[in-house]
Design a protein around this ligand. Structure first.
Ligand code: CS2
Length: 462
């Protein structure tokens, strides 16, 4: 296996803290930071990043400091690997170490221009497209806005301090897998600000932008095996390093309030409307991921590449993508969805990733709506067939019923629902889980019940 090594290629001493990354986990290390690194190498500039975690992750943040903020990204597949040294990070913050006010204070510095967000679906504290006012974290943050605990409260407090300091607005760029993620971010932050102080909400609405973006790169959580692979490529361990696939894509709505980092120079596509791209990716890639995560675990598989070696599951993934997801999309005719599906199947088969199904199955209650419920509704309304979609949802309920469900913010409710005599109906009746149009459709529940009854006996993981 050949390894290419890429060093930063720009003046790291010129970097200033102009970007804040909230939720600096595996994906952040391997996706936006790589675009920025490539962009700085091509175009130069002073766009440095301060990275932060809000709750867990203190040890990771400390480890990054200990390594002088440098780490490696190994982009690997069966053919070879590219090893990039990332040098865009200029500092780190963690509330448990630096105090709750440190992140809002940074947001209120003149140089700060962009807040990047990877806080996962649940980090938005959203409900029905706006802020979930009943969310415990939001209730706490609204009661004590100067000492926020949620990402939404932290950003709002930072913007309040920015406004008080007489500074201008900035860009809040969501990089999470949600439909219209920028619009959602704007909605929850404005709702929160409105509840605090309508004048703050008006200032944010006028001065800040919230571009939508579609992000794509498969970056599994690091395991002992991936650390060993990284060490074999680098010749020494890198506790902060990441292994991911070579593929990456980032489509960003071109709407920046206070200057634009060189993301486009690093390979991102800047467009006027992200929706067609995000719908295609969320349904065909993420939808199939969730199908494999649930159905694949029932069949005894542990990783995505393991599923790709199973002819029946590979065929199901292709069928889901091309016969059940593709027909629900409104992409330009020039987009070749057959080629996109084949490329996804090849990416899923990457033998270096060992992407765990139970990791993908985590937070499924937050993922089902955009990945599988939305296309199911399209089929029910247009008379289309959706057997693999139904089977995927049924497989999720079956995993829960067998006590094999992954972590989920709604785990307690889900576990209680599957103890019901009719687990399918009980899960699908949970409030705010299934969109009203779908829940009320006469074909939905019977479709999932039929699929549930048809699931084969499960196989223990092996
Ligand atoms: C995955 C994603 O864990 C999951 O839910 O479907 O993280 C997926 O790997 C990325 O979105 C790929 O871009």
């Amino acid at each position: 296996m050949s390894t290419e090594i890429v060093t930063p290629g720009f003046d790291t001493a010129a970097l200033k803290p102009r970007i804040l990354h909230l939720g600096f986990g595996a994906f952040a290390r391997a996706h936006p930071m790589v675009y920025l690194s490539e962009g700085l190498a091509k175009a130069g500039g002073d766009w440095g990043v301060v990275v932060a975690r809000l709750n867990s992750g203190r040890a990771e943040i400390d480890a990054l400091d200990a390594a002088g903020h440098r780490y490696h990204v190994a982009e690997a597949d069966g053919e070879g690997a590219t090893l990039r040294e990332i040098g865009v990070v200029t500092g780190t913050l963690h509330p448990a170490r630096d105090g709750i006010g440190a992140i809002p204070d940074l947001i209120a510095t003149e140089a700060m221009s962009v807040i990047l967000l990877t806080v996962t679906e649940k980090g938005y504290c959203a409900r029905s497209g706006g802020l979930d006012r009943g969310h415990a974290g939001i209730i706490a943050d609204l009661a004590a806005p100067q000492t926020p605990g949620t990402a939404i409260g932290v950003i709002a407090e930072g913007l309040a301090r920015r406004r008080a300091a007489g500074l201008g607005g900035l860009t809040v760029l969501s990089c999470d897998n949600q439909p219209e993620n920028g619009h959602l971010t704007r909605a929850v932050i404005l709702d929160f600000a409105e509840a605090r102080d309508p004048a703050l909400a008006a200032w944010i609405a006028e001065t800040c932008t919230f571009p939508c973006s579609m992000v794509d790169r498969i970056v599994p959580a690091m395991t002992g095996d991936s650390h060993a692979l990284l060490e074999s490529l680098l010749g020494r361990p890198d506790p902060n390093g990441i292994v991911c696939e070579p593929f990456r894509q980032w489509v960003i709505e071109d709407s920046f309030a206070a200057g634009r980092p060189p993301f486009a120079e690093g390979g991102a596509e800047l467009v006027a409307d992200v929706r067609p791209f995000e719908e295609m990716k969320l349904r065909m890639l993420n939808g199939s991921h969730t199908m494999l995560a649930c159905r694949g675990q029932l069949a005894g598989h542990v990783t995505v590449d393991g599923c790709m070696g199973d002819a029946a599951l590979r065929a199901k993934a292709r069928r889901l993508m091309l016969e059940e997801q593709a027909p629900t999309l409104s992409v330009p005719q020039s987009v070749d969805l057959d080629a996109y599906a084949e490329a996804l199947l090849t990416r899923f088969a990457n033998p270096r990733l060992r992407h765990r199904l139970d990791q993908i199955a985590s937070d499924s209650s937050q993922k089902m709506p955009q990945r599988l419920f939305a296309p199911a509704l399209v089929h029910l309304e247009t008379g289309g067939d959706w057997p693999v979609t139904a089977e995927s949802i049924a497989a999720w309920i079956r995993l829960l019923a067998e006590g094999r469900g992954s972590a989920d913010p709604r785990k307690e409710e889900l576990d209680a629902a599957v103890r019901d005599t009719d687990p399918v109906a009980a899960v699908l009746a949970l409030p705010e889980l299934v969109p009203a149009g779908l829940a009320g459709h006469p074909g939905f529940l019977p479709g999932i019940r039929t699929a549930f009854a048809a699931l084969p006996d499960t196989v223990a993981a092996g």
